[in-house]
Write a protein that binds this ligand. Sequence first.
Ligand code: KIV
Ligand code: ZN
Length: 516
Amino acid sequence: MSDDRKIIIFDTTLRDGEQSPGASMNLAEKLEVAQALADMKVDVIEAGFPISSPGDFEAVREVARQVRGPVICGLARCNEKDIDRAWEALKSAERPRIHVFLATSAIHREFKLKMDKNEILARAIAGVERAAGYLDDVEFSPEDAARTEPDFLCAVVEAAIKAGATTVNIPDTVGYATPAHYANVIRTLRERVPNIDKAVISVHCHDDLGLAVANSLAAVEAGAGQIECTINGIGERAGNCSLEEVVMAMRPRHDYSQCSTNIVSERLVPTSRLVSNVTGMLVQRNKAIVGRNAFAHEAGIHQDGMLKERSTYEIMRPEDVGFTKTDLVLGKHSGRAALADRIKHLGYHLTGEQLQAVFEQFKVLADKKKEVYDSDIASLVENQMSEIPESWSLVSYQMHCGTGGIPQVALTLARGAEQVTETVQAGDGPVDAVFLAIEKITGTDVKCREFRVHSVSMGKDAQAEVNVELEKNGATFRGRGASTDSIEASARALLTAINRMLATQGTPLHPQYTVE
Ligand code: KIV
Ligand code: ZN
């Protein structure tokens, strides 16, 4: 144990993770995730890229203001405007970090930046120096480092450290590296950069070849001290190194890694579910560590072995990563305190008002369903969090449909005190008819790019959860809805997405339904 090295866990779910298509989160969702990451004791939270949009700026600023414990980091390109904006967002953090990046590989230099090596060096130094003028904790990333010529990479890293970088991150931006290659890059930097001991070497791997976790572990073995990763491995393209996998790989195999982290591993499953719920990105059943089947033993021989001695087929215990023995928790007689306790366990932080609203919905659901599972509760909380004030909500719908006939729906929506009813007889089926009625009332005309239904828990009376993704003017908007009635869940999902769209793009003035 005396040789144990503490590896810094840098979570970029809110920045690189949020860049994955369809994973965008609103401010309340980002704050929930940031708080859950702090509860799990990640060392650094990369909260966003402040210059990239007003929404990202606000998210970084609020995480910096509200979340205590981890270092809060904001991303910036190597230019004054980006760095100043990042500092503006981060300045109220307890421990702020600015992360500046600039591509260094020949491909990026020639085709993207159109800059030569000297210009890159000068720009990197200027960027780090500007950030270091604001704070002591500066990270520098030579983007596409894994494809950068070793001599030039060493020169840039040395210059960045001299200019004030306290962490040098070595990204495998395009997921090109293999474990032996990547470990060699880290070893080369340690051997050839004279001031390398003045900075922490960080690794940032993408999963294009499915090697992000393996590459990160190889880099740690070669001397890296920080791993950049995301919950559920979400991120650009095939994603980033998965936090839960890389952290757990160092735990049962501590004999080999001789490394540990500060992560509270029991928070891994709740945090994974939270991120999956807020992003609408489902976790595959057989996903290592947090997938539903990760600890399910199906084969008779395995079950027999497990009954005799669990270590025959389990290298870690499900409870170590946050699976509870059963997630059947509440029923219609459960009170507010019990619900509040489950919500806290699931990683959500609600205000008293939000808790009251969820409690009321919980009572309605518990009346319809005998057994209320953690996943049902998470779904209710998500419904509450995705509500946008002053927006359309579903009041009721009546439907007539059947095989061979044209469906007919009478649907009523409310916005403020106003209620509007539309009757539609059209569509391919009941969901299409409901969507047409909603589009008519809200005055929108959207393209539905994705429509997914799945069961929130188990049993015939399980809630259906619907996720939709809409496209309008090149932007995408996600919505989710849950109900024991799958048509109602579809209507709610579409309305959430439309409300998000209207909040961003403005409400169209529908001649018939304009509400004063
Ligand atoms: O993949 C990458 O290179 C990045 C950098 C901004 C660190 O995400
Ligand atoms: Zn990245």
